[in-house]
Ligand binder design. Structure first.
Ligand code: C5P
Length: 226
């Protein structure tokens, strides 16, 4: 079975980690690449779901697939672990917050004249948890793709993430290049696969980049005959 008919789970956007009722730690991910992937994926398989952090309502309007809104990295982890199943495809395009405040104040922290320090703890790495779940739950035919947004030693970091997170594919995004990365409508990606392929894509709209990513996943599924 190729992509048609498979469950395809896409994540996108940032997550938020609150430290009082009105303030949070987050990042500038817009969710546009995730939406482009979910749109393209839905053209191939009606069993598409999009797990997203807080992103613009306009981007989510009239989507014909299931959209699941989450807030924190922990929420996203829970939702991803719930949705993955054997034979499904997970594309982790989200930019989950890597740190979360140790304490969340119930009341708004009063402004002071002195500097303040917010102690932060690491959030769980969703992809590493997925790899563990893949072994534990014997999801042998789950296909997992991740993203790497890098500014230096890009290929080296991308390949080490491919190995460390036990991915089937990693989409390297050199965010130092003009026309790539957070917020813009285009992207410049290089795709590396566990089977040793390297595909350098030119600058493309996020829709076209999404279509190339899905084509590459299809090729990998063909190679593995599952
Ligand atoms: O390690 P780094 O955050 O650079 O890796 C990026 C990849 O890891 C992306 O696919 C992102 O969705 C995923 N990620 C994750 N859990 C986190 C942070 C990032 O799965 N807590």
């Amino acid at each position: 079975m190729l992509l048609k008919g498979r469950k395809i789970i896409i994540t996108g956007g940032p997550t938020r980690e609150w430290f009082d009722p009105v303030r949070y730690i987050s990042n500038a991910s817009s969710g546009k690449m995730g939406i482009a992937l979910a749109d393209e994926s839905n053209n191939i398989s009606k069993n598409t779901c999009f797990i997203h952090g807080p992103i613009s309502e306009d981007l989510l309007k009239n989507k014909p697939y299931r959209c699941i809104g989450v807030e924190t990295t922990n929420d996203m982890l829970e939702s991803v672990l719930y949705e993955i199943e054997d034979n499904s495809v997970l594309i982790m395009c989200a930019a989950p917050a890597d740190y979360s405040p140790v304490k969340k104040s119930d009341e708004k922290i009063k402004k002071q004249n002195e500097n303040i320090f917010i102690e932060m703890t690491r959030t769980p790495d969703i992809l590493k948890n997925v790899s563990a779940a893949r072994e534990f739950r014997k999801l042998n035919n789950l296909f997992v793709a991740g993203f790497a947004a890098e500014t230096s030693n890009t290929e080296e970091y991308a390949l080490s993430k491919l190995n460390e997170k036990k991915l089937d594919m990693i989409c390297l995004n050199d965010v130092s290049k003009e026309g790539a990365g957070f917020g813009c409508d285009t992207n410049i990606l290089t795709l590396f696969t566990r089977t040793g392929s390297k595909v350098e894509l030119p600058i493309l709209t996020k829709d076209k980049a999404a279509s190339e990513i899905l084509k590459q996943i299809e090729k990998e599924l063909l190679k593995r005959n599952y």
